[in-house]
Design a protein around this ligand. Structure first.
Ligand SMILES: [Zn+2]
Length: 98
């Protein structure tokens, strides 16, 4: 399989034509933050700010840097947002582990 330029990045300058991930076929939701397009997973996830974390989440069309996902326990301080697909793409993970 050739990758060409069909790859999922955290942000895209332009909205791509695909509605599904070109690598793993998961359905995506494109969010425009006023500057760039961010392909996100459709299902919202609970998260909160976490200084030093490399995870970015999308909330109200804004990319929020330094987040951690809810992993159980008290949900206090957590809010719902969309997770950019680049963090969960199974095909992309395989590529990174090479
Ligand atoms: Zn994918």
């Amino acid at each position: 399989m050739r990758f060409e330029r069909k790859r999922v990045w955290l942000t895209h300058k332009y909205r791509e034509q695909w509605e599904c991930c070109p690598l793993c076929c998961e359905q995506l939701k494109w969010v425009y933050d006023g500057n760039v397009w961010i392909p996100c997973n459709i299902e919202p996830k609970m998260f909160r700010r976490q200084i030093g974390s490399s995870l970015n989440m999308v909330k109200k069309k804004e990319l929020i840097e330094g987040c951690e996902l809810y992993k159980g326990g008290s949900p206090e301080g957590f809010t719902y947002g969309l997770i950019p697909h680049v963090y969960t793409c199974t095909e992309l993970m395989k590529g990174l582990s090479l």
